[in-house]
Design a protein around this ligand. Structure first.
Ligand code: ATP
Ligand code: MG
Length: 916
């Protein structure tokens, strides 16, 4: 059917999807792309839709169509996003389009016009409404789930599935997703849970991308087109790679090489082959300017790295703005921060920031105050900021396209080690390159990576997508809400219909086929192993029994040796000098005293020759410790003092270097074991034992054993995972039953409380309320205590500081009581084979106390324990949880204290909402 445009509302047939879409499209200054049209048509004809398309492709249009449809039919539409910043942005857009009276906003921070026909909200808000059967849901026709791939987020992902599972089936859903490799599979699941769902996949980027590799001051295309082959990796670069890394083989296929030292990139200390080839950040910025590649987003995967880059540009006098632009930037910023206290501005490092931004250079990361981050986003969109040094968080959610994306290093710190980016991450990061309607092509510039083979880099840039997985699992809050709203069989049915279980069932189906095939092979092996003298399998069982007995005996020997060693360690007295044989800490060490090791392992505290105090276990000692001398302790000195250590070290140095002791060889107990002897006797007497083809039989039987072991493992996995979510649910219910939240499949009054506690520590919160753990605290003490349930010390950049509790006695006592409570909950979980509640983290308690006691921003940030961005984020989470406590608390005293704590925290930079 041809596209008809220009319908007037009254001539429009509401049953003609094409006409509806045409009318909607006429409100845009551009023509809809084919994929947008297909998504809209699905909605117009009463289906749900999943739209998977690259960053910046224009998925929002489909969501906007759902909103438009709802409004014109007098129904409601909810637009959900994972991020407050994104919700705020969308709210602004919809107000401009559909008038303020029709649009509401519900996030943790803001509640504006919540009963409007169109409401933008965070996904959690909708989940809570569903569980509480909120009257606001009445009339709901459409739900847009923007960034639905958040479903795989480890912490929050389950919320997306809760919504998709619990939403009434007559509500149509427009799911908007980044490109994922299993979009069809996800669509299939949506269809089984939500009814007819049109899957629309667009793989093309809206603006094509050129990938460059930067060596020195030279930009090399990563791919070249050769004849009809289409793009191939640039042979010049591939050859250079071979010269530099030797053959392109696995110099380090995991890319682990040397990244630990790379932190000082751009500064001295690089001995790497590629020294001449990696330009400094300032040089890169100059180059981008010369090549006309600005504005650019420059990814550096560390907050400190981004801030350093700003400093380096300031020091080098980089200036990318005209006088006029600079004046506009400064005016904009001054207006923005007008609401803040000038003293706070200093504490936040505003003067330096403004100076940099005035030059057209900014940073963007989660350590920054949200207000500053938003200002940077807006100035970038206006073209006034030309280079943004950013961490990967910028690649999520907000619409912030650039001409160019620079990637400094292709590896990033993942909590424990450096890991090379995945193709999905590369796609996500470079998705920001190329502004629709402005740039004909976008550019991705990867700086020379001396430690990663070129072929690997090319691999990142040519594979596009990653599969969407599920992180859904039943939580306590989910469990009590299921109990409240459904019968047991219905609840189990719901869990079984999650995407998580869907994916599990998929893999199980494959696994079952493998099991059947393996069984056929196993039968074949046995057939081939048959012996005409006797029963080969019977003979083989005997052999298995013998080796099982042998390993049993040798394990017993080892245990005896370990116990002897542990006893020797326990007998060590302070002052004894021992020899540490281990490769890493070889040398002499003085015993300082006993030390409880991890998992109850026996250990001692020692000081080594290099004056380090460490804990060593029997394993570090490589067996029983051999005392090689004794030194005297200066009892008057503190063992922590440098003088004490110096004295000990002196004495150590005076001792003779030891001869590494040799472990005596022992006879194993296998020699005298009657059981083993009798088994061996039977083996020798077996008919098959003398078969001339024994070797051939053995070969088949060994194969049999190997495959059989594999198959049993697989069968175990299948057994464990069949219906696994329902089983976890049963365990969660068991814990809830132990603590009196449910009685059978019935909620108790306590259980009712838990229904409205949405927190990773939901059960601990409900339990603390119920037991009165927080009674009698001041507001600041309560804030301190509760912060331990939301805060998580950032790993990765330096060791975490020692946690400081709140400075008051009741505060510390309550924190300790809370820790006991969480340990008790964890013990119940362990008894049921669960691990749901994370440990407390008291790292924010002192800050929370200071802020809630009315301290200034300088008081809180001055110690540099935390960045402004983290401070604001954690405090907002804290306020959210305090608010929940206020609303579910049982006694009026706690309600009052929790409210007071919310008020005490909700001020200054924390109160700023991002809504103008
Ligand atoms: N058909 C079109 N023609 C031209 N421009 C369009 C078209 N559709 C959308 N745009 C514009 O493209 C930009 C990006 O659109 P949008 O934010 O919807 O992308 P997205 O697919 O949601 O990306 P992300 O994955 O980042 O959320 C917007 O500025 C939008 O106005
Ligand atoms: Mg979007």
């Amino acid at each position: 059917m041809g596209a008809v445009s220009g319908h007037s509302p009254d001539s429009l047939d509401p049953n003609d999807p094409v006409a509806l879409v045409d009318q909607f499209a006429s409100g845009y200054p551009f023509d809809l792309d084919d994929f947008q049209r297909r998504g809209c048509l699905a909605l117009a004809s009463g289906q749900s839709t999943l739209v998977a398309a690259p960053t910046g492709a224009g998925k929002t249009v489909v969501g906007e169509f759902a909103v438009w449809l709802a409004l014109r039919s007098g129904g409601k539409a909810f637009y959900t996003t994972p991020l407050k910043a994104l919700s705020n942005q969308k709210f602004g857009d919809f107000v401009a389009r559909h008038h303020a009276r029709n649009v509401g906003l519900l996030t943790g921070d803001n509640a504006v016009n919540g009963e409007a026909p169109v409401v933008v909200m965070t996904t959690e808000v909708l989940r809570n409404m569903l569980y509480e059967a909120s009257p606001t849901l009445r009339g709901l026709r459409y739900v847009v789930m923007d960034e639905v791939h958040y479903l795989q987020d480890r912490v929050r992902g389950a919320v997306w599935e809760e919504v998709l599972i619990n939403l009434p089936v007559d509500v149509k859903v427009a799911s908007l997703s980044a490109t994922v490799s299993n979009a069809e599979e996800f669509g299939e699941w949506l269809e089984t849970t939500r009814g007819p769902t049109e899957v629309v996949i667009e793989e093309r980027r809206p603006v094509p991308l050129d990938n460059y590799y930067l060596l020195g001051r030279e930009l090399h295309p990563m791919f070249v087109t050769r004849g009809d082959d289409g793009p191939v990796p640039n042979p010049q670069l591939a050859r250079r790679g071979e010269r530099e890394w030797g053959a392109s083989s696995g110099r380090d296929s995991k890319g682990r090489h040397g990244h630990g030292r790379g932190a000082g990139a751009g500064r001295g200390g690089r001995r790497a082959v590629g020294r001449d080839w990696v330009p400094s950040r300032v040089e890169v910025v100059d180059l981008l300017e010369d090549e006309g590649l600005l504005p650019a987003i420059y990814f550096i995967f560390s907050r400190a790295g981004c801030d350093n880059a700003l400093g380096q540009c300031r020091a080098a006098g980089v200036r990318l703005t005209t006088d006029d632009e600079r004046a506009r930037v400064l005016e904009f910023l001054d207006l923005r921060v007008a609401t803040l206290d000038p003293a706070d501005l200093d504490a936040l490092g505003y003067p330096d920031l403004a100076e940099s931004i005035g030059r057209g250079v900014a940073s963007h990361h989660a350590g920054m105050l949200p207000m500053f981050k938003e200002a940077v986003e807006e100035l970038f969109a206006q073209g006034l900021v030309k280079v943004v040094f950013a961490t990967e968080t910028l690649s999520l959610g907000i619409n912030m396209p650039a001409r160019t994306v620079v990637i400094e290093k292709l590896s990033k710190w993942q909590g424990e080690r450096h890991e090379v980016l995945t193709p999905g991450e590369y796609t996500q990061l470079t998705g920001r390159a190329g502004r629709r309607g402005i740039d004909v092509r976008g550019a991705a510039v990867v700086l020379h990576q001396p430690f990663i083979p070129f072929e690997r880099i090319v691999g990142l840039a040519s594979t596009r997508t990653y599969p969407l997985t599920s992180s859904f699992r039943p939580s306590y809050n989910m469990a009590v809400n299921l109990v409240a709203n459904y019968r047991r069989d219905q609840a189990e049915q719901l869990l079984a219909s999650s995407f998580a279980q869907f994916l599990i069932d998929r893999t199980l189906h494959g696994a079952e086929q493998t099991l059947a095939r393996n069984q056929r092979y196993l039968d074949g092996y046995l057939h081939s192993a048959a012996c005409d003298r006797g029963d080969a399998l019977d003979y083989w069982r005997l052999r298995r029994e013998i080796s099982a007995r042998e390993s049993e005996l040798s394990q017993a020997d080892r245990r005896a040796r370990e116990e002897a060693a542990a006893a020797a360690v326990r007998a060590l007295t302070a002052g004894t000098v021992v020899y540490l044989p281990g490769a890493r800490r070889r040398g002499l060490a003085v015993v300082l005293g006993p030390a409880g090791g991890r998992n109850g392992a026996t250990g001692v505290l020692v000081m080594t020759e290099d004056r380090r105090v460490r804990r060593v276990s029997v394993r570090d000692l490589g067996g029983a410790p051999v005392p090689v001398g004794k030194v005297a302790f200066a009892r008057t000195l503190s063992p922590k003092s440098p003088r004490f250590k110096a004295r000990l070290a002196e004495q150590l140095a005076r001792l003779d270097p030891p001869v590494p002791p040799k472990a005596p060889r022992r006879r194993g107990s296998a020699a005298g074991d009657p059981e083993l002897a009798s088994l061996r006797e039977r083996l020798r007497a077996h008919l098959v034992h003398r078969c001339p083809d024994l070797h051939e039989h053995e070969k088949w039987l060994q194969r049999y054993d190997q495959l059989d072991k594999e198959n049993q493992r697989l069968a175990g996995r299948v057994r464990r995972r069949t219906g696994s979510l329902v089983r976890i649910f049963d365990r969660v219910l068991a814990v809830l039953d132990r603590l009196g939240y449910v009685d059978g499949f019935q909620l108790t009054p306590k259980g009712e409380t838990l229904r409205r506690v949405y927190s990773e520590a939901d059960l601990v919160v409900a339990e603390a309320i119920h037991r009165g753990t927080w009674e009698g605290l001041t507001a600041a003490e309560l804030a301190a205590c509760v912060s331990s349930l939301v805060y998580e010390t950032r790993g990765g950049e330096g060791p975490p500081p020692e946690p400081v509790g709140p400075p008051t006695r009741p505060g510390r006592d309550a924190l300790a009581a809370l820790a006991d409570l969480r340990a008790e909950v964890a013990a119940h979980e362990q008894a049921e084979g669960l691990e749901l509640t994370r440990p407390l983290d008291g790292g924010f308690a002192d800050l929370a106390w200071r802020w809630a006691s009315g301290g200034t921003l300088e008081d809180v940030l001055g110690g540099e324990e935390i960045t402004p961005g983290d401070f604001v984020r954690v405090t907002k989470q804290l306020i959210d949880l305090l608010g929940q406590i206020a609303s579910v608390a049982e006694g009026p005293a706690l309600v009052k204290t929790a409210r007071a704590a919310v008020d005490a925290c909700q001020r200054g930079v924390v109160a700023y909402s991002g809504l103008l």
